[in-house]
Write a protein that binds this ligand. Structure first.
Ligand SMILES: [Zn+2]
Length: 491
């Protein structure tokens, strides 16, 4: 903690953070980027290896075509320009889990550049630039604990060595920890829609480093930056950035300077620690990889890949709002995964009132799925079932209360809605005189509301319907209640 007395002028200076993010995404290819070894996660240590990914002398890399297609697909989804000729380069550094002594990456000619992601920020939309997207191989893994002799040794597992990655580097356009969180959320969503990665953070398929500096508001020149490495959740990245911004401001206010360095975030303590001084690009002595030809992605190949680009989340939300009359908030929830969006759309097309389907999915289905720890693909109630149930409520054949009860049963018995409905079809009160009797009782018990209604406040009818449905324990036929009530009130 800095305790140097604060100079009054500096204390009044307002500071703003400048944030850039580097995200590594593991591509879902079956084999590694430069050899035929499996990329399967969780196999016994050092079983998915060969001379190439072990870095043995003389072994030659062969580029995986599928990895290139996935990288280009991701780049297109992120609005990047695809470079026709890109170059693989050696990034030289020593690390125990990097047996070659260099990593094959891309440097001054990456496969894609100049993209962007749109995020919600400050009540509007903001574009965060993507400087570059390049391909590279992953290193192995040092295991410091979990093995019987971990107290004495660090072990190396090279299964991950040579796994294909893309690194997505943003412009320093991000102005707050919240914007960083939003950027990462949108980025992950887009990558998931393209299907090129599972973005599983626990298994390391998506990793994020954050660069952060702070400068006085109004100053053009960027402040000295620090880098926060390998934070394993978006929430922790937001917390680490918040901590780091405060730390920078305190250091600057005390009249000291920020050291350019790499820092680690300790989530338990909620603070960052200096790890090592930050390398500069020239420290890596990049040079073109002599064992690989320049990568050529020509127009024909680009077009083939572009044809595989799915409808992306932003476009899908816009279309669902326009086509089905649902709100933007509905669309945001219903497009959280591609599977959910597809399922919603299937039901919306089958049902009479898509808006009701949207409400049902959110109010009755998603919460129950979450409570039962189920994905939408595992829902006992199919989207066809949701559509049928929505139509039953729409036509007044069942009330909202009965629908709720039937959904509870469907989850309890793990059966779809139509089956439950057939068996448990509610005994509806459709006897006109019985319903009229209930209506009379409710009206005479609520003279004030009746007066309001007759004075022109027609919305009070909803209050009466609610009371009548309650009196009938949810069993009165809602359509009939509406019809008879209107007659009574207006008659
Ligand atoms: Zn291999």
């Amino acid at each position: 903690m800095v305790t140097t007395p604060v100079a009054p002028a500096a204390a009044q200076t307002k500071y703003e953070p400048v944030i850039g993010l580097e995200v590594h995404v593991q591509l879902l290819t079956k084999t590694k980027i430069f050899c035929g070894c499996s990329t399967q996660f969780g196999n016994p240590p050092n079983t998915n290896v060969c001379p190439v990914c072990l870095g043995l002398p003389g072994a030659l890399p062969v580029l995986n075509r599928q990895a290139v297609e996935y990288a280009v697909l991701a780049a297109m989804a992120l609005n990047c320009e695809i470079r026709e000729n890109s170059i693989f380069a050696r990034k030289n550094y020593f690390y125990p889990d990097l047996p070659k002594g260099y990593q094959i990456s891309q440097y001054d000619k990456p496969i894609a550049e100049h993209g962007y992601i749109e995020i919600n920020a400050g009540g509007g939309r903001k574009r965060i630039g993507i400087t570059r997207l390049h391909m590279e191989e992953d290193a192995g893994k040092s295991l410091h604990d979990g093995l019987p002799d971990s107290n004495d040794w660090t072990s190396i597992d090279l299964n991950r060595s040579g796994t294909p990655l893309i690194e997505i580097v943003s412009e320093p356009d991000i102005a707050s920890p919240d914007e960083a969180w939003e950027y990462l959320t949108r980025l992950k969503e887009i990558i998931l829609y393209t299907g090129v990665s599972d973005c599983n953070m626990e298994e390391g398929s998506l990793r994020c480093d954050a660069n952060i500096s702070v400068r006085p508001v109004g100053q053009q020149k960027l402040g000295t930056k620090t880098e926060i490495k390998n934070v394993n959740s978006f929430r922790f990245i937001r917390q680490a950035l918040e901590y780091e911004i405060d730390r920078h401001i305190q250091v600057l206010r005390s009249g000291e300077t920020i050291t350019q360095e790499t820092r680690l975030y300790n989530a338990g303590e909620g603070r960052t620690y200096g790890m090592r001084s930050k390398e500069q690009a020239h420290d890596y002595r990049y040079f073109p990889e002599p064992d690989l030809l320049p990568l050529v992605v020509d127009e024909a190949w680009r077009q083939q890949i572009a044809a595989k680009l799915p409808e992306l989340p932003e476009a899908k939300r816009k279309r669902l709002v326009e086509r089905y009359g649902i709100t933007e908030a509905d669309a945001a929830t219903l497009t959280r995964t591609q599977a959910m969006a597809d399922q919603f759309e299937e039901a919306a097309l089958a049902a009479k009132n898509p808006k009701r389907v949207a409400n049902l999915v959110q109010a009755e289905l998603l919460g129950r799925l979450k409570a039962n720890n189920l994905e939408i693909e595992q829902s006992p109630i199919s989207m066809k079932g949701v559509a049928i149930s929505a139509d039953l409520v729409e036509s007044g054949a069942i009330s909202g209360k009965i629908l709720k009860d039937l959904y509870v049963l469907a989850f309890e018995r793990n059966e779809d809605f139509p089956a439950i409905y057939e068996k448990e079809k509610p005994q509806q009160i459709t006897d006109t005189s019985a319903i009229e009797k209930m209506i009379d009782e409710v009206i005479s018990a609520n003279p004030k509301q009746l007066e309001q209604y007759r004075a022109g406040k027609k919305t009070v009818a909803g209050f009466f319907v609610g009371q009548i449905m309650k009196a009938s324990k949810g069993q009165a036929n809602p359509a009939l209640v509406n019809e008879l009530l209107t007659k009574k009130l207006d008659g």
